[in-house]
Design a binder for this molecule. Sequence first.
Ligand code: CA
Length: 226
Amino acid sequence: MRRVLLIEDEPGLVLTLTDRLENEGFEVVSAQDGRTGLARAAGEAWDVILLDVMLPGTSGFDLCRDLRQKGVRTPIIMLTARGQVIDKVLGFKLGADDYLTKPFDMLELLARIEVQLRRAAPGPSGDHEYRFGDIVVDTRKAEVWRAGVPLDLSAREFLLLKHFLQHRGDTLTREQLLNEVWGYDAVPSTRTVDVHVAWLRQKIEPNPRHPQYILTVHGLGYKFAG
Ligand code: CA
């Protein structure tokens, strides 16, 4: 299910938008102040963030800039009040993807959301971003974020994670992983795979002792579930 984070302090608008977006099949979570909004936006994976410009105690622009600085790349649609003079150029520079002026038509909001989802969706040539839990992996840039914070993976850990992501759900034997990820100059030891899997789990699993993404398939190898 596609997830929308709504950062907005007007209770009426929160109700209306939540109701309507849920009817359209979205999961909607709302945050009514900047601090909660920032924490949730950076801490979980979302498909779209709807961000009010005028929030108690903060500005949506500052929040947007903070999110981008944390490496959060979720599409952001800013919601601005009628008559509010805003500098859209500045907003785009801070990382916003689109704007809507209140009051807006629901159909227009839905259309704008669809545009952002299409842009963010991996296309035939842009199949380079993966998400699971609070992890985002950009295989083209070779970057991995956890809850918006960049993770420091070794080159081999990154290649191993990438291989798992490209074969989600498949059981991969240690020999296969050695061949595919280490190649011909591999140390001929499947123990190498286990060690790297353990390191990777330390970095990406919420609880490395009880992995939920890189699963052990007893007697066979590993499987990525996420
Ligand atoms: Ca507001």
